[in-house]
Design a protein around this ligand. Structure first.
Ligand code: CP
Ligand code: NVA
Length: 323
């Protein structure tokens, strides 16, 4: 079969400016670049579905460092780079010398001599910033305690596909002001999606990230609301999003969190306030009976598996742009 035309042929924004860029946060990209990435992701998805081969990353290698568990991120990055003609190399943080105390700065410089890019999932966001500072190759954040940018791009793609637009969409996020919330709100603010976040007292999003999101929203026209009231957040929402109450690394707080989040479950009663054709969204993995009822997550409005699938397409767009 004929190889497909390059992605650039389909772009009206120059994603070539993204070559070599780190993706530590979703706001490494301008709104125009994010829109370009979303169009790329849609094109790549269509090509993949129709069996077209597109391999701009032939011969390239992506090192994939994991200090935390993963199903979606690991599999979608490995499959994604393979489909683009390259190969992914799974590296357990524990089994690297990094796990025995080799400095992250040395690891960055050594790996830069072998691989063309690194995707890393770890705890501290500062560690990823250090890796990026010392590496000569693009570093992609596959989740830190602070951000999950690849998830946010896949989330925007999912809303765009199901609703046909991002403008005028009202997204509600209910639960922990965590890594997923931080990236989601920044992405929405950049792209002009209205967002309401309802978190319990003590679990609100970081003030500085809220300020950054407000700055982006002022430019895009997105309206942002931060509240402790889930009903206020969900009222009239076109998409209702939640994530686990206890993220990886916070397991010791689980009992306390179960109590603190008890009124924040996304269930039939809460979503009855949303727009009747609302989308239910969750980055997964999910805990039925905690942050979401089984009826909602397994119900007709749930798009969780489209969201999970879109990790593959969104990340292929990122890989094709930065590697
Ligand atoms: N949503 C997400 O990042 O899933 P994994 O933890 O399975 O990678
Ligand atoms: N907030 C969750 C997301 C998992 C994909 C965590 O950090 O564990």
């Amino acid at each position: 079969m004929e190889p497909a035309k390059t992605l650039e042929a389909y772009q009206d924004v120059q994603l070539s400016a993204c070559k070599g860029r780190d993706v530590l946060r979703i706001d490494e990209f301008s709104p125009a670049e994010l829109e370009g990435l979303l169009r790329s992701a849609q094109q790549l998805k269509q090509w993949q579905k129709s069996g077209k081969v597109y391999q701009p990353l032939k011969g390239k290698t992506l090192g994939m460092i994991f200090d935390k568990a993963s199903t979606r991120t690991r599999v979608s990055f490995e499959v994604g780079i393979y489909q683009l003609g390259g190969m992914g190399m799974f590296l357990s943080g524990k089994e690297l010398q990094l796990g025995r105390g080799e400095p992250i700065s040395d690891t960055a410089q050594v790996m830069s001599r072998y691989v063309d890019g690194i995707m890393i999932r770890t705890f501290s966001h500062e560690a990823v910033e250090t890796l990026a500072r010392y590496a000569e190759i693009p570093i992609i954040n596959g989740l830190t305690d602070l951000f999950h940018p690849c998830q946010a791009l896949a989330d925007m793609l999912t809303i765009l596909e199901h609703k046909g637009t991002l403008k005028g969409i009202k997204l509600a996020y209910v639960g922990d002001g965590n890594n997923v919330a931080n990236s989601l709100v920044l992405a929405a603010a950049l792209l002009g999606v209205d967002v309401s976040v309802a978190a319990p007292t003590g679990y609100e999003m970081d003030d500085q990230i809220i300020k950054q999101a407000e700055m982006y929203a002022a430019a895009s026209g997105a309206r942002l609301l931060f509240t402790n009231d889930p009903e206020q957040a969900v009222k009239g929402a076109h998409a209702v999003y939640t994530d686990v109450w206890t993220s990886m690394g916070f397991e010791a707080e689980n009992e306390q969190r179960l109590r603190d989040f008890a009124d924040y479950q996304v269930n039939e009663r809460l979503v009855s306030l949303a727009d009747p054709s609302y989308l239910f969204m969750h980055c997964l993995p999910a805990h039925r009976g905690e942050e979401v009822s089984a009826g909602v997550i397994d119900g007709p409005n749930s798009v969780i598996f489209d969201q999970a699938e879109n990790r593959l397409h969104a990340q292929k767009a990122i890989l094709a742009a930065v590697l």
